[in-house]
Design a protein around this ligand. Structure first.
Ligand SMILES: C[S@@+](CC[C@H](N)C(=O)[O-])C[C@H]1O[C@@H](n2cnc3c(N)ncnc32)[C@H](O)[C@@H]1O
Length: 338
């Protein structure tokens, strides 16, 4: 990638512009293509096809170019929305994901679900309110950059603050219960050993908390993993359930649907979700590209996080708005957003 192409917004059809970019040159492609038949951006561009099959094929053309320009250590994230036709949900995102699978060029490492805290209040009395969208995370090799600790890292900060409250008493009541229980002396020794180990993990912040169930003292658990908790209670006389809480990085992200005052664009995706993806999948000075830049969200977040951006957008008026956002953007990162 030549320097002149960095921190630039290109105006035009992304398929043409992507073809001119060198292969293996971008660290992250993150984008939200126009949804099928939303007809929000006039008659031009992807999304206006007559059939969902044509729409997926057009998306695939862009996707293949995104794969070509991405580095071996990089990743490609596509966020897609669904569509009802005649009351039938088309499962558009999954049709796309299955097409990608067929070509075997990339690996789908996660489907991150964006849970909308304030979904559109448009309600059909005979349907539940749609309140989630997938972000498919693809990689080109198994040697991809992945900074798991940086994803939703603010949660750890708040978690660590509250963990002090557990203090040195954590687990004390379980030692007393083990003593009072009718476990055999050998089982009591083993229970004490495992309890000490899990207390250490909680104090070191590896887990948020834990619960212990002892035969004859607690209600029997149901479910659990293969080998099951019930079996452990039967065989050892106890089971310990580790609670990973916020420190576990799950494939779900909650955020509001954003409306920006004065925005000319009808379908902006949340800065918060893009921020967490950029932190997860890139480092400072890396290159982040969005082939459907719209109002410039990806560029704004990339710049704020000290990454280089490249944007492509077919409608010049959105580019003007994106440039205005870039010029006026605040420098802080978003933290506790929910
Ligand atoms: C869902 S919007 C992206 C919104 C963006 N994520 C944001 O936060 O503002 C999709 C954008 O793709 C643009 N678009 C549609 N077809 C295009 C094409 N072939 N090449 C480049 N941009 C295109 C549309 O004008 C629209 O702004």
């Amino acid at each position: 990638m030549v320097d002149a192409e960095l921190n630039t917004i290109f105006c035009g059809d992304c398929l043409d512009i992507l073809k001119d970019l060198p292969q293996n040159s971008v660290d992250l492609v993150v984008t939200s293509p126009p949804y099928f038949q939303q007809r929000e951006y006039g008659g031009t561009g992807i999304g206006n096809e007559k059939t969902v099959e044509e729409y997926i094929e057009n998306l695939m053309r862009v996707f293949r170019e995104c794969v070509r320009i991405t580095k071996k250590t990089g990743s490609i994230v596509f966020n897609l929305g669904d569509k009802y036709i005649d009351g039938n949900l088309l499962l558009v995102p999954y049709r796309f994901a299955i097409e990608v699978q067929k070509e075997k060029q990339v690996k789908l490492i996660n489907e991150l679900t964006w849970v909308k805290i304030n979904p559109s209040p448009k309600q059909d009395p005979k349907k539940l309110v749609s309140s989630k969208e997938p972000f498919f995370i693809y990689t080109k090799s198994s040697d991809y950059y992945f900074n798991k600790d940086a994803f939703l890292e603010y949660k750890d900060k708040y978690l660590n603050g509250s963990k002090k409250a557990a203090g040195n008493d954590i687990g004390k009541k379980y030692f007393e219960l083990i003593e009072k229980s009718n476990l055999s002396p050998a089982d009591k020794v083993q229970a004490g050993k495992e309890l000490l180990e899990v207390i250490r993990e909680a104090k070191e912040g590896k887990i948020e908390s834990f619960r212990m169930k002892i035969r004859g003292m607690h209600a029997l658990p149901y479910g659990g993993q293969a080998g099951g908790r019930l079996t452990q209670i039967e065989n050892k006389g106890f089971t310990i359930i580790k609670i990973h809480g916020n420190s576990m990085r799950k494939d779900i992200i909650e955020s509001t649907v954003e409306t920006i005052k004065g925005n000319v664009h009808p379908a902006v995706y949340p800065e918060f979700v893009v921020q967490e993806l950029i932190k997860l999948l890139t480092k400072e000075n890396d290159i982040v590209l969005d082939p459907f830049l719209g109002s410039g969200t990806t560029a704004v977040v990339a710049k704020r996080l000290k990454r280089n951006y490249i944007g492509i957008e077919i409608h010049p008026e959105y580019i003007e708005y994106a440039k205005q956002r870039l010029a006026e953007m605040p420098s802080y990162t978003l933290e506790l957003f929910i």
